[in-house]
Design a protein around this ligand. Structure first.
Ligand SMILES: [Zn+2]
Length: 417
């Protein structure tokens, strides 16, 4: 197993763990402004953070409500305790700590403290936040699907190229043309004028293509697509004329009518291409599911359901483990007095059910209950199996969740399991 696969696998897993913690934190509410969130960048000294928290602790003594005051101070104390685990600086990409007394029903509260180390993207600035809810948005943004798109807007007078990185538009280069207006000057033959004008347009399209090629070709393998915008028929002329490098031409996923071709046109282009962009976000998921159904229909190189997939994973026969993004299940391990071990999948929000051994009909004892996805992913990691999370925003993705229990695998070879 290459270290790259290993790294990617553990990154997927970390993202899943983050998502779970965020979902948990989003559900909490404080009865007052008493839930504390701290975002700490990797270059912030832990001692500075401790000093800040100490300062907040002493300022909290001014809070009028005794209950809120106590809760805030308890949260801050708990954060200080957590900070003791770190040396001079936080781990790579920084650290986020959540702490506070949350409503646990019936007018009671419960102290909750969660630490998230090394988020997928670096924490960019130090933030201290105290509110009735935890501050999770910056982390949510980090977990959104990123994506890199090339942007081109053009008409016959000017053009702009740039990037769309995640949700951020980055204008890079612009060009202005020497194409003469439609009105010819007196004395010029109409034919000659028309020819010169076409030449100038052709030259300008070449110039735009060169600008786009310079920017996009070196990163063409990372590119998720290219968006082209402008008035009709300019953008169509440009695309139909094959001015762009052929590999870029194949990456054009959307052309949109936009009226501005200055930098603001790049933003309009992104707005006008939302549908293509959201389709693109699930293209890979769609391909995975297509492949799964193909294998399922034509042979035996596919598996689904917790038990079968787990057995295939252990055999090392799974090439890709497919897990529905909506799956929230735990696996419970039971053992009966005759030593038969059995697994049952339980909704994460439900209590652990009784279990009767399928082999000897004896009552079985609970040995362990853990997150089903983490359970499967850790076997996958040991066997060099890639894990793919599949969105439910398309038909076959929904089927994975509803018809296959949210768990499936594309096999390397048929195992008969
Ligand atoms: Zn048994």
């Amino acid at each position: 197993m290459s270290s790259e696969v290993e790294e990617e696998a553990s990154e997927d897993r970390r993202k899943y763990e983050f998502r779970k913690v965020i979902e948990e934190l989003q559900e909490y509410e404080g009865s007052g402004t008493q839930l504390v969130t701290i975002y700490i960048p990797e270059d912030k000294k832990i001692s500075d953070v401790v000093a800040h928290v100490t300062q907040e602790h002493s300022e909290a003594s001014n809070i009028k409500s005794k209950q809120t005051r106590t809760n805030v101070q308890d949260a801050l104390k708990s954060i200080k305790d957590r900070l003791r685990y770190y040396d001079t600086f936080p781990p790579e990409n920084g650290l986020v700590i959540f702490s506070g007394a949350v409503d646990s029903g019936g007018g009671r509260t419960e102290m909750v403290t969660r630490t998230l180390e090394s988020p997928p993207d670096p924490v960019t600035s130090f933030r201290y936040h105290c509110d009735a809810a935890f501050l999770t948005e910056p982390l949510e943004h980090m977990l959104e699907d990123k994506g890199l798109f090339g942007l081109i807007v053009l008409d016959r007078r000017e053009a702009n190229v740039g990037w769309l990185k995640g949700k951020r538009v980055e204008p890079v280069k612009s060009a202005e043309s020497l194409v003469p207006g439609k009105q010819r000057k007196g004395g010029q033959s109409a034919q000659r004028f028309a020819r010169l004008r076409l030449e100038a347009i052709d030259n300008f399209y070449q110039e735009i293509a060169e600008m786009a090629n310079d920017l996009f070709v070196p990163r063409r393998h990372e590119l998720d697509g290219i968006l082209v915008g402008g008035p009709s028929p300019t953008k169509d002329e440009f695309l139909d004329g094959d001015y762009l490098h052929h590999e870029l031409q194949d990456k054009v996923i959307s052309k949109a009518d936009v009226s501005y071709t200055d930098e603001s046109g790049l933003y309009d282009l992104v707005d006008a291409s939302q549908e293509a962009l959201s389709d693109q976000a699930i293209v890979e998921d769609k391909n995975q599911m297509e492949e799964f159904f193909e294998k399922l229909n034509t042979g035996e190189e596919a598996t689904y359901g917790f038990e079968q997939t787990r057995r295939n994973l252990i055999m090392g026969s799974v090439d890709r483990l497919l897990i529905s993004e909506d799956l929230r299940s735990d696996v419970v391990v039971y053992e009966c007095e005759n030593g038969h071990e059995e697994y049952e999948l339980v909704d994460s929000r439900h209590d652990t059910p009784e279990h009767e051994c399928a082999e000897c009909r004896e009552d079985a004892e609970v040995q362990e209950r853990e997150d089903a996805i983490e359970h499967l992913m850790s076997i996958a990691e040991q066997r060099g199996t890639e894990t793919k999370f599949i969105s439910t925003d398309f038909e076959k993705g929904e089927q994975l969740m509803d018809a296959f229990g949210g768990i499936a695998g594309i096999l390397r070879y048929s195992t008969g399991v």
